[in-house]
Ligand binder design. Structure first.
Ligand code: NDP
Length: 296
């Protein structure tokens, strides 16, 4: 069985190049520069590094970006007030509040304060609802990136059995809903399994396409998949490794070396799903800017 790799880094770069080209055309044609506003509350190092990567991607794509860095003790009212200002700013087409927020701020309230028309993360309940009923909306970036990986790797999904392991609101549930739609690049038969299942292997062994998002190393091993399966490993886990300069390395949720002996296609970690999230954020922001330009 040829076990090829889905190169997420390469596909993400292609998408950013396309967005960069379209964004230049939008600027030339309509004098509109896509604008993305970031809010970072507190000094969580991982959040700082994510926002820095997103800022770099904005620069690459020719977007305008602004980052509001607020201290940890910022009140919820202040956060909501800043979002209101961005909601009515015509130069801002996307608003991204980096999660997690400090405990005294209600994340749901903050997400709901973002205008659904600028919710480029696709987390607002209006966008989530539209996704479920098949209306046009912002798709959350990681699951949208997974669909894009499948499409650009010529993996047919129609009528295939997709098994999703994990039911989070940011990965498991939305990817299940995206691939369930009666639409091009979807139309799959979808099963979702999670930690309450007595034996997830009962389901994973039936998968033509297996998507794993648990945050647990080795959730899926070679004995749990069938020959020829397409595997999308969403996990990002840090494990100790004394042989590396940093003392750790990043692995996914799937036993990569074992499972790739049986898979036809598999995403590596790092370099699979990870790079797609930011690329899809850029795509969502460009689309938001395009929509606002054509509706002026
Ligand atoms: P969550 O912790 O929110 O959800 C994990 C899900 O997996 C839950 O539904 C949980 O079940 C289920 N689960 C946990 N352990 C098992 C198990 N042993 N068997 C079956 N199901 C299990 O995680 P996320 O969805 O946010 O993230 C998942 C992984 O993806 C993480 O490693 C995260 O870092 C990574 N990630 C990567 C992104 C990227 O850009 N590449 C973006 C987002 C996440 P239950 O609901 O019953 O608790």
């Amino acid at each position: 069985m040829p076990n090829e790799i889905i190169d997420g880094k390469r596909i993400a770069q292609l998408i950013k190049d396309e967005v960069r080209e379209h964004s230049a055309a939008l600027r030339a044609r309509r004098d509109v520069v896509p604008g993305l506003a970031f809010m970072l509350v507190g000094e969580n190092p991982a959040s700082q590094s994510y926002v820095a990567s997103k800022e770099r991607a904005c620069e690459y794509c020719g977007f305008h970006s602004t980052t509001l860095r607020l201290p940890l003790e910022t009140s919820e009212a202040e956060v909501l007030g800043r979002i209101d200002t961005w909601n009515i700013d015509p130069d801002i087409h996307g608003i991204l509040v980096q999660l997690p927020l400090p405990k005294h701020i209600d994340e749901d309230r903050v997400i709901e304060a973002i205008s659904p028309r600028k919710d480029v993360d696709g987390f607002h309940p209006i966008n989530v609802g539209k996704l479920v009923i098949g209306q046009e909306c912002f798709l959350p970036c990681t699951p949208a990136g997974i669909q894009e990986l499948l499409i650009r790797s010529n993996v047919a999904t129609a009528g295939k059995h997709v098994v999703v392991v994990g039911r989070s609101n940011i990965v498991g549930k939305p990817i299940a809903n995206i691939l369930l739609q009666k639409a091009v690049g979807a139309n799959a038969v979808v099963t979702v399994t999670h930690s309450a299942a007595p034996d997830i292997a009962v389901y994973t062994r039936q998968a033509d396409i297996l998507i794993v998002a648990t945050g647990r190393v080795n959730t899926v091993t070679a004995d749990m998949v069938k020959e020829g399966v397409v595997v999308i490993d969403v996990g990002i886990n840090r494990i100790e490794d004394a042989d590396t300069a940093k003392g750790y390395r990043i692995v996914g949720d799937v036993d990569y070396e074992g499972v790739r002996q049986k898979s036809s296609l598999i995403t590596p970690v790092p370099g699979g799903v990870g790079p797609m999230t930011i690329a899809m954020l850029m795509k969502n922001t460009y689309q938001s800017a395009l929509r606002s330009a054509t509706q002026r």
